[in-house]
Design a protein. Sequence first.
Length: 263
Amino acid sequence: MKTWFITGISSGFGREMASQLLERGDRVAGTVRRAGSADDLREKYGDQFWLGHLDVTDQPKVREVVDAAFAELGRIDVVVSNAGYGLFGAAEEVSDEQVRHQIDTNLLGSIQTVRAALPHLRAQGGGRLIQLSSVAGLAAFPGASIYHASKWGVEGFMEALAGEVAPFGIGVTLVEPGGARTEFAGGSLRGGTPMSAYDNTPAAFVRGLQDGSIEIPGDPAEYAARVIGSAEVEPAPLRVVLGEDSYAGVTAALRARLAQLEA
């Protein structure tokens, strides 16, 4: 039995992971922004489930909640930084406030969650850090420039961090899923204000994610199981790419980058 700390368990990958872990008998400390969004888990699993209320853009609160989870549960084996959302639209189409909130949530929220957990993981002699990234962390597509900025930032931070914390027995894994049938393409996806100048341009492609006209292929339950399984692999895999679309997008981007470099 392991003990897990997961941010953003009210929906999506976070919810799927928490449900699978609790069902198999692990302990889960989960965080939500909306009060009541995980009450069913608390009612069903009792003391096996620890619930914290957290908006990861509130940096002092991040440390407070992480500290409380370690204090009340003792050892936490795996910390999963999962909270985040997608902001789509051309760079001109999103507002300054949307840009700031995207970076505050996806990038700074992830960084601060990890920074808050590190003293505890070092003190207990090791553990595992899992960061939910995306195919958008290694490949870039028109219409998602700000989302890419947040995910590419997370990738750089976690890859460098892996070398920093390896001497303390802390493993680091970046998870890069492609499209999955979660709330990401529904309630959690946000967009800018469409500009007619971008109609019929590559940046307009992502509008189909908001109106539902783009089919989402991946199975979130299968993806969550793969993420959970990665915590058993030693040494920790630095990257776990999930989905045929993610693999295709990442390999095409890396090959193109290498060709550009060689040229």
